[in-house]
Design a protein around this ligand. Structure first.
Ligand SMILES: CC(C)(COP(=O)(O)OP(=O)(O)OC[C@H]1O[C@@H](n2cnc3c(N)ncnc32)[C@H](O)[C@@H]1OP(=O)(O)O)[C@@H](O)C(=O)NCCC(=O)NCCS
Length: 413
């Protein structure tokens, strides 16, 4: 087995894997989308007997942590052909991809999961719940904007990406740097509606992009929204309401800025009345992403808490990613495992070593990432994650100081 960076000649074999796993069909649009997606940032391919049988692609971005932006690595696609499954190639590729981005300065990595468990072995921990909301747009209690929107299509991909990236980030919110992902998504989705508003200079201020598998019947899924100011989100929901003569059901992942149920008329009644129908109204929670710390110093430095005295403790961090790395890569970056002294306060620090006078927490990097990010509190994690161990007093003390909003990515990856 060999791992090397992607070359344009690999695309056909990768598109075959795409078809194998049901990600795309054999069309020019899918090929163009693949080219955009894999050539933009860092893609690694895995070869067996000289043939590309697996790949992992990374994309640069940022993640907001409280008030700081951290350099982010997004693992955007991992797949293996059916002939190379269970050979360990996918795990090795993903580990290499994360390690190479960590060497380039990524502080944190995220990915969308097919299920939890597989990426835990590489130090990722399950992310927070997002809310998937399904509703009748006619039930929205927001005004329909008086000025007409502009229609947006594939030629607007770059400015739609820029508008997505311009949204004010909240804790855990991410944006991707390269417009290629937005562009690639637009190429492969067929039935779409893009509507937005421009300012006096013709620049896009806010917009919504939806797609469906059934243009006549729906449902319509909001792939993304872009906005510069939170109030503009209400205009976008107003646009959805304006389309409700034709569209009976919309599904979206709730943006962190609002609670959609606040905008809906009699949400419980609609939920009961539509139960079991194609246009069922509901709100569901799902943890569809996972994250891991790649640079412990940078991640701890972003923890700025309103506490007078820093909370100090020993941290024994276990990171299994090194087992999947080549010797050459592991020499430069071998994960973040080790013994540390952590101080959480107005300016937080982490140093190698241990202090015999302090209490000790032991954790895997995945579970510690969840604690650091605010996916769950220390006492809750200690209850369900066997790899987290600390004295009850330390868990309670951490929960007293580390009061974080639930992290929401706000970007479908
Ligand atoms: C996901 C995928 C890349 C994994 O490929 P793979 O060849 O099975 O991966 P590896 O050989 O590296 O790892 C296999 C190991 O992971 C384990 N595993 C798989 N899913 C797991 C899960 N949810 N939890 C725990 N372990 C899991 C397997 O049991 C196996 O364990 P073993 O090494 O002890 O035998 C492959 O299934 C695939 O291409 N799926 C379709 C595309 C896709 O969904 N990609 C992921 C997008 S997020």
């Amino acid at each position: 087995m060999e791992i090397r960076p992607y070359e344009p000649r690999d695309l056909e074999a990768m598109m075959q894997i795409h078809r194998d796993v049901g990600w795309s069909g054999d069309t020019d649009q899918h090929r163009d989308a693949g080219r955009l997606f894999y050539e933009g940032d860092t893609t690694l391919v895995g070869l067996v007997g000289g043939r590309v049988e697996s790949f992992a692609s990374n994309h640069d971005g940022v993640m907001r942590y409280l008030d700081d932006d951290l350099r982010l690595c997004v693992v955007g696609g991992v797949a293996t052909s059916h002939t190379a499954r269970r050979s360990g190639l996918a795990s090795r590729l993903t580990a290499e991809a994360v390690a190479r981005d960590a060497q380039r300065g990524a502080a944190v990595a995220v990915l969308g999961v097919f299920d939890h468990g597989f990426y835990d072995r590489l130090g990722f921990g399950p992310g927070a719940y997002d809310h998937l909301v399904s509703f009748d747009p006619a039930a929205l209690r927001v005004p329909v904007p008086e000025r007409p929107p502009v229609r947006l299509g594939i030629d607007d991909a770059k400015r739609m990406h820029d508008n997505r990236a311009a949204r004010p980030l909240r804790h855990g919110g991410i944006r991707l740097s390269d417009a290629a992902q937005t562009n690639a998504d637009m190429l492969i989705i067929k039935e779409t509606i893009g509507l937005g508003f421009e300012d006096e200079n013709g620049d896009l201020t806010h917009h919504v992009f939806l797609y469906t598998a059934d243009r006549g019947g729906g449902p319509w899924i909001v792939k993304w929204m872009g906005w510069r100011e939170p109030a503009q989100l209400l205009d976008l929901f107003g646009l959805l309401r304006g389309a409700s003569d034709q569209i009976r059901n919309v599904k979206l992942i709730e943006p962190a800025d609002i609670r959609v149920w606040d905008l809906l008329d009699r949400p419980w009644r609609k939920q009961h009345m539509t139960r079991g129908s194609k246009d069922e109204a509901f709100i569901r929670a799902a943890s569809w992403w996972a994250a891991r710390i790649c640079d412990l110093q940078a991640c701890i430095a972003a923890v700025k808490l309103p506490t007078a005295e820093p909370l100090r403790f020993n941290l024994v961090l276990d990171d299994s990613i090194g087992q999947k790395l080549s010797d050459e890569t592991a020499t430069a970056w071998n994960g973040v495992g080790g013994d540390y002294v952590v101080a959480l306060g107005a300016s937080s620090t982490v140093e190698s070593g241990s202090d015999g006078t302090l209490p000790t927490m032991r954790a895997s990097v995945g579970t510690f990432t969840r604690l650091w990010l605010g996916v769950h509190d220390a006492r809750g994690l200690a209850l369900t994650c066997p790899d987290l161990d600390a004295p009850p007093d330390l868990l309670a003390a951490i929960d007293r100081v580390l009061r974080l909003p639930s992290p929401e990515l706000g970007w479908d990856i």
